[in-house]
Design a protein around this ligand. Structure first.
Ligand SMILES: Nc1nc2c(ncn2[C@@H]2O[C@H](COP(=O)(O)OP(=O)(O)OP(=O)(O)O)[C@@H](O)[C@H]2O)c(=O)[nH]1
Ligand SMILES: [Mg+2]
Length: 350
């Protein structure tokens, strides 16, 4: 999973990046520089299974964070700025909003930043409609008309100041639009970066801005980036102690990962054996063969069946023999939809 951090200059993007990734990049230097980090997704299930299995290797799922400036916070007045290509490849955005400084104004800046995304998408659509029409006239090949019609629908939608993620699209439409990597089509996690003295108001601040939340499209997290960026250098025990002292309920990194997973609709399944206990990330609703493809395309191609155990049963029965004896290991075919936390052994032919 790839998460791109966006927001206006000096909103605390790099601070939140540090808090979420455990990095220690310089903040407050107005440098607008980019940073990248890959972090392990904490997953207690993987650790517990590994305790039983004692594998040679433990492999957690990974998330890539990209801290990449490029927004101004000026909304429509800004015009469509240069947005880095790397950001277009992200699965979702973390939008950092200044809620700590004297001129903080989330109600103004959240819509302004969404407007900037809409504007960037509109610019791309307009130039593509022109290009496609020209080409069709020259070549006499009108195949692209369908795509032009769809782009025009999207254009109208965006002109009404609505992000594309809210537009209903058929699977065919989705496919046609995929290559454009529109910014307003990505799920958005808004992070309100609050000041140190507001930590005990976290819940009421969330409520105040809850109107920005939209199920499986947009979510909100309230985080004090400055404190959490300092906490990440501590070991786990100290971290927990400080969290309790400071009144932080769930660490930034956990909130960001958990909310991003659910926004994008991701789940994990686990494979385990002596060589490795490993977590794999897939989209919710993925059938067994496609899930196997996350491991290797050969396993997908040669898929025979999946031997599936639930996490709870695995922890209770511990050995393959005990699981089998209790009838807790199921054989599933190609139509089985993989569930979060499934422990799977794939049988396949090459
Ligand atoms: N008081 C307070 N200050 C913060 C907080 N988060 C960030 N800051 C300060 O805001 C300034 C900007 O933080 P950065 O994380 O560098 O912001 P940025 O968005 O990455 O900035 P650019 O990359 O230059 O656009 C720094 O001086 C931070 O110390 C916070 O939660 N509380
Ligand atoms: Mg920065």
């Amino acid at each position: 999973m790839k998460l791109g951090i966006i927001g206006k200059p000096q909103s605390g993007k790099t601070t939140i990046f540090n808090a979420a990734s455990g990095q220690e990049e310089a903040v407050g230097d107005f440098s607008q520089s980019s940073h990248r980090a890959i972090i392990k997704v904490p997953d207690e299930r993987v650790d517990k299974i590994a305790e039983i299995e004692q594998p040679k290797k433990i492999v957690h799922a990974e998330i890539e964070f990209l801290d990449a400036p490029g927004f101004t916070g000026k909304g429509k007045e800004a015009g469509a700025g240069e947005i880095s290509n790397d950001l277009k490849l992200m699965d979702a955005f973390i939008m950092v909003i200044d809620a700590f400084s004297p001129d903080a104004d989330p109600d103004k800046y959240i819509p302004a930043l969404i407007d900037e995304m809409i504007l960037s998408d509109l610019t791309i659509i307009e130039s593509n409609i022109v290009k496609k029409l020209k080409k069709m006239k020259v070549t006499g090949n009108w195949e692209a008309q369908k795509e032009v019609d769809l782009l025009k629908q999207c254009q109208e939608w965006l002109e009404n100041e609505k992000p594309l993620i809210e537009k209903e699209l058929s699977p065919d439409d989705e496919k046609m639009l995929r290559g454009y990597t529109f910014l307003s089509q990505k799920p958005l996690l808004i992070v309100l970066n609050i000041s140190e003295d507001k930590i005990d108001e976290t819940d009421s601040i969330y409520e105040k801005y809850a109107h920005f939340v939209s199920k499986s499209k947009r979510d909100l997290a309230v985080i004090c980036g400055k404190i959490e960026a300092e906490l990440v250098s501590l070991d786990e025990e100290e971290y927990k102690e400080f969290m309790v002292d400071l009144g932080i309920k769930s660490p930034a990194v956990e909130q960001v990962i958990q909310k991003a997973y659910s926004l994008i609709g991701l789940i994990s399944f686990i494979t385990t054996g002596k060589p490795a206990t490993q977590a794999w990330t897939i989209k919710k609703g993925t059938p067994a063969p496609k899930a196997a493809g996350a491991i290797h395309s050969d396993i997908e191609k040669g898929f025979i069946r999946a031997e599936v155990t639930s996490y709870e049963d695995y922890i209770e029965y511990k050995t393959p023999a005990a699981l089998k004896a209790a009838g807790k290991s199921r054989l599933e075919g190609k139509d089985y939809i993989v569930q979060d936390g499934d422990i799977i052994l794939f049988r396949f032919n090459v």
